[in-house]
Design a protein around this ligand. Structure first.
Ligand SMILES: [Zn+2]
Ligand SMILES: [Zn+2]
Length: 346
């Protein structure tokens, strides 16, 4: 089968390669990938800003059609069009794996990071990870359940109150989806914070998805602007969806007494955020971080897609064949870019 492979460290060309089609395991299914979305983290991996195992076939946001069913699998059949959570595999090297208990592996390897991902024609998944794509849900939105689940999980961890004022720092796909879930959870006073490059496409989408106010942090402190907007009170919840140190430090300055800093964006491995601990304690502030998602988040958000409450078809700016990979990675820093997908079987 055809796959898009990153072979070398640094910002190096990806390569379309012919590799063996994965074998369908007895306890799994083989999916023909319809749509795979490009995650912000894939763009980091492409640029190799963080080390990763190579060679690698990225892609962990996808949907596809079942073309083969393992003999131990019940309830799923060839032809089912499905969303899949990210397949993970026991590492084979830790103590649990070596003592014959792969189910207790603490270092599972994820598809698209340490194991073959969905930038390929086929991928293996497992029945406990699958959901039917409901009637009326677009295949591109179906492919984006993973980032959506991460965002819904975060919003649930923050236990938002509809009366809160919430600032969302960063309006990439994660920030935009967080805004949609805040709106679904009843929050009306949402402030979206971006930079000059977000003015073209992403801040307007933030307004469309539920924000009532946008702030450009490029030339003036966003905290100053938010405090002005809230008459000096600040926000009940400030959510970082960027992972940049200055943006996080800025967020701390705009959180009200008793407020929460929500951490969703992932900074670099060596990034250190400086917190004025004294101020934080005096102001009774809380930090809540959120990573990953739970199966029930996927079920919940698929319902929102079905009902139309969660809708982001207008966020897709690139819909391409695998062979056109270069355009995505080149355009990803353009102001027009929001979210891209590949169709590996086109
Ligand atoms: Zn992702
Ligand atoms: Zn292991």
């Amino acid at each position: 089968m055809k796959a898009l492979v990153k072979e070398l460290p640094g910002v190096t060309d990806l390569e379309i390669k012919e590799i063996p089609t994965p074998v369908c395991p007895d306890n799994g299914v083989l999916l023909k990938v319809r749509v795979v979305a490009i995650c912000g983290s894939d763009i980091h991996y492409y640029k190799y800003t963080e080390p990763m195992p190579l060679p690698q076939i990225m892609g962990h946001e996808f949907c596809g059609d079942i073309v083969e069913v393992g003999k131990d699998v019940k309830d799923w059949k060839v032809g089912d069009f499905v969303i899949s959570r990210v397949p993970t595999y026991p590492c084979g090297e830790c103590e649990a794996c070596k003592s014959g208990h792969p189910e207790s592996c603490t270092a599972r390897k994820s598809a698209g990071l340490q194991r073959q991902g969905a930038y390929a024609e086929y991928i293996v998944s497992f029945p406990e990870l699958l959901y039917h794509v409901p009637e009326g849900v677009s295949e591109r939105m179906a492919a984006c359940c993973e980032p959506a689940a991460v965002c819904l999980h975060a919003v649930k961890r923050f236990h938002v109150d509809p009366n809160w004022t919430v600032a969302v720092s960063g309006v990439g796909m994660i920030g935009l989806l967080v805004i949609q879930f805040l709106r679904i959870y009843g929050v009306r006073n949402i402030i979206a914070i971006g930079m000059d490059s977000d003015e073209t496409a992403r801040l307007p989408l933030a307004m469309k998805y539920g924000a009532v106010k946008t702030i450009n942090a490029q030339h003036r402190s966003s905290a100053e602007q938010v405090l002005e907007y809230t008459n000096g009170r600040g926000v009940d919840l400030g959510i970082d969806c960027v992972g940049s140190v200055p943006a996080i430090e800025e967020l701390f300055k705009m959180i009200a007494k008793g407020g929460i800093l929500g951490a969703v964006g992932v900074p670099g491995t060596n990034d250190i955020v400086r917190v004025n601990w004294n101020k934080m304690v005096w102001r009774s502030q809380t930090i809540i971080s959120s990573f990953y998602s739970a199966p029930e988040d996927w079920e919940e958000l698929i319902e929102y897609m079905k009902s139309g409450e969660l809708a982001f078809e207008d966020a897709f700016t690139h819909d391409l064949k695998l062979e056109e990979w270069e355009k995505v990675f080149k355009d990803s820093s353009n102001p027009e870019y929001v979210k891209a997908v590949f169709r590996p079987n086109n």
